[in-house]
Design a binder for this molecule. Sequence first.
Ligand code: IFM
Length: 451
Amino acid sequence: MPSSLLPDEFQWGVATSAYQIEGAVSEDGRGPSIWDTFSQVPGTIARGDTGEVACDHYHRWEEDLDLLVALGVNAYRFSVAWPRIQPTGRSPTNARGLDFYDRLLDGILARGLRPHLTLYHWDLPQALQDEGGWGQRDTALRFVDFAEVVARRLGDRLESLCTFNEPWVVATLGHEKGIFAPGLRDRQLAMQVSHHLLVAHGLAVQALRTLVPRVPLGIVLNLSPSYPARPVAADRAKARLEDGLGLRWYMDPLFQGSYPRDVLEHLGEDAPDVEPGDLALIRQPLDFLGINYYMRNFIHAEDPAATPPGELGFTDMGWEIYPQGLTDLLVRLARDYRLPPIYIAENGAAFVDRLEGGAVHDVQRVAYLEQHLAAMNAARSQGVDVRGYFAWSFLDNFEWASGYQKRFGLVYVDYGTQRRVLKDSAYWYRAFIESQRSQTAPHAAVTQALS
Ligand code: IFM
């Protein structure tokens, strides 16, 4: 068993991903990724935004790490950009790319923070996409090679290593709906991609076990519980199918070694080709499961656009605020699967933030965080083994197809000047973490901090 993940070391962190914050897309030998290509296509990203500059984190990483200290977190989740490390997705390695992450990692450690590294947060080298991308099984082998390069250089200093962030998004939004890179619309391909991602995960975990036996290994899934809109059989059946496509399609092979039968039947000819031994390979013992929670699915059999009640309102993404879903999800997963410790690897909300007099009074985000932390703690008190919470996101950043208009950060970024301003939610989170450490009543500490 890897040495970390001690129960008394609850990890309070924030999360980012490389393409969303780094910028510097052509510097120091970085190759193009599918998001560089996709964001150049007119009409794909709101207002034609791209990740070219983003938060300029590539140049401002030291001041950004200092801000993490100001936030009072003890952990930081980030990803490395594959095309910075292997510009064409293959060896040889680009030394300057790897050096950047080496410095970043040392900077994180020097500030007393625990680094949680994600290998793949969607930025496939374009050269691999040109050869068929995740539709090709060979890309899984390329990924293992990349994972080994990263682990060899950085594996001595990591708190955890995650293979993939949100494979559902990669497969479904990227290859079936076409709204994320690489912008394809083919359900059979999407399902094949989902399988290749899982195979890549299994192969990488196998290889990394030998290479970095002390590093906790896992994967991060975006999971939403699905609720029928009405207490009728048709809605229940559709919610069950949605649960199959979004949740069990990943959870079952990872933790039970099979794809859900009802989903395979539903897919028919769109089901992926699975080679003998794949399912055993995918089901590698893991040290943690990361869960990204944002909202629930509200399923109406006849009306796919049915709006949920939204008693607590909606975020700027139009997502219903539904903290109870997080408790329900965690309790259900712990009941249905034999799971390793869990991290809430992402949770947060976009709201319309205004910088006024040097401050951002994001009261809605504070409420969102407070409600979801309470929801997480409700699951913990029912016995669910959650070891960490990472707010999404550290900084406002490039929100994929929504560009820079949607702000998820605890820290406001003025994109014109690259000035960073801690929002009220950042101060609130700091006080909340402090209150958890000192075991004082959270509300007292928070009120104090904001007064
Ligand atoms: O910004 C994304 C992140 O990259 C992955 N999870 C969801 C976030 C908000 O949409």
